[in-house]
Design a protein around this ligand. Structure first.
Ligand SMILES: Nc1ncnc2c1ncn2[C@@H]1O[C@H](COP(=O)(O)OP(=O)(O)OP(=O)(O)O)[C@@H](O)[C@H]1O
Ligand SMILES: [Mg+2]
Length: 327
């Protein structure tokens, strides 16, 4: 497998509230043609800008191979300083690139090179921007909605150009047919994380439905297990069950995702007196439930841990506040 020329590692971004990108990982190898898909507002354009170096994540790393060339199709091209379309498109070339590419592209895009770029229509402006990013045949080509404003023949021509291009491609588009034609892999951005399918967009929907179905089955199983654990906690716990419960996957998952931020102290006193060290250590030093998940070992803490777990599960315990400190 060729080393990646673009790698996004554990990308995190939040504009307040739930994070938009919550640990996105993706990597692009030479020759990849990836479509980046997801719902409106899922962060596709933001992620593409990060890949282009035009936006910074709050956490995580973006790695581009140092010798690779990157071109990003700007949604709103800036023609300032260019008196002709040709001058604007040629500004995308590197020193060793073939200037004839600009002529070739402008011709196929139906643009006259000597036109004033400020006078272009929306579709023509998009074509000029495409000529500029395609001209140098960059190592990494990042296209956000390239087919907007284009007519059908131009879209079909663009599909052909991209398929025969040597550039690695990440493309965002809501044009399904276009994506089916050009993509060989799919990255699905969903609820802040990215999943990759090594097949083009034509296979996306079946794969997505399968992923969602598996997720639903897992959620259902987890819900059932939590229900059982809560039942044990309310109506009787055996010492043997406590260790199982404390170490269980459902407990750990639940504790990660549902520990309440505000305390509502309706927890039975007796188990709390028995909680002893594992929980107080957890609450004061880490704020995370991991020590509990390792399983209670002391005679004193067994039933105490079960009480703590029960209160976590039922939303009655906060991790970093009394009464742990009083235990
Ligand atoms: N600078 C910003 N400040 C606040 N919110 C922002 C900022 N930039 C983007 N957002 C929000 O982040 C979310 C994701 O935006 P983004 O444009 O990346 O989505 P998208 O997946 O490309 O959507 P679409 O399919 O509609 O193009 C949106 O809800 C947007 O309002
Ligand atoms: Mg977008």
């Amino acid at each position: 497998m060729a080393p990646p020329i673009l790698k996004l590692d554990n990308i995190y971004l939040s504009f307040g509230g739930a994070p938009l990108l919550a640990g996105v990982n993706m990597q692009i190898e030479p020759g990849d043609r990836v479509c980046l898909v997801g719902r409106n507002g899922s962060g596709k354009s933001t992620l593409l800008k990060m890949a282009a170096g035009l936006a910074e994540p709050q956490n995580g790393e973006v790695y581009r191979h140092p010798s690779s060339t990157v071109r990003y199709l700007n949604q709103a091209p800036d023609f300032e300083g260019f008196s002709t379309v040709e001058a604007y498109a040629a500004a995308g070339l590197g020193p060793s690139d073939d200037p004839y590419r600009v002529t070739y592209l402008l011709e196929h895009l139906g643009l006259s090179g000597d036109q004033d770029p400020e006078s272009l229509s929306g579709g023509e402006a998009r074509r000029a921007a495409l000529a500029r990013v395609l001209a140098p045949e960059p190592d990494i080509l990042l296209l956000d909605e390239p087919t907007n404003h284009l007519d059908l023949p131009t879209i079909e021509w663009l599909e052909g150009e991209l398929v025969k291009s040597r550039s690695a491609l990440i493309v965002i588009s809501h044009d399904r047919r276009f994506l089916e034609k050009v993509s060989t892999a799919t990255i699905w951005l969903d609820r802040g994380v990215a999943r990759r399918l090594d097949q083009g967009f034509g296979h996306f929907e079946a794969w997505r439905d399968k992923v969602l179905e598996e997720e639903e089955i897992e959620q259902h199983k987890l819900g059932k297990q939590i229900e059982r654990e809560e039942h044990w906690l309310r109506y009787g716990v055996t010492a043997g069950a406590s260790a199982t419960c404390a170490g269980s996957a459902s407990y750990r998952t639940c504790a990660r995702s549902t520990v309440p931020t505000k305390a509502r102290w309706a927890v039975p006193k007796r188990p709390f007196r028995r909680l002893a060290n594992p929980v107080s250590w957890w609450s004061r030093r880490t704020g995370s439930p991991r020590p509990l998940a390792t399983g209670p070992s002391s005679r004193r803490s067994r039933s105490g841990c079960i009480a703590a777990i029960g209160s976590v599960l039922s939303g009655r315990m906060a991790p970093a506040r009394p009464p742990f400190s009083r235990c």
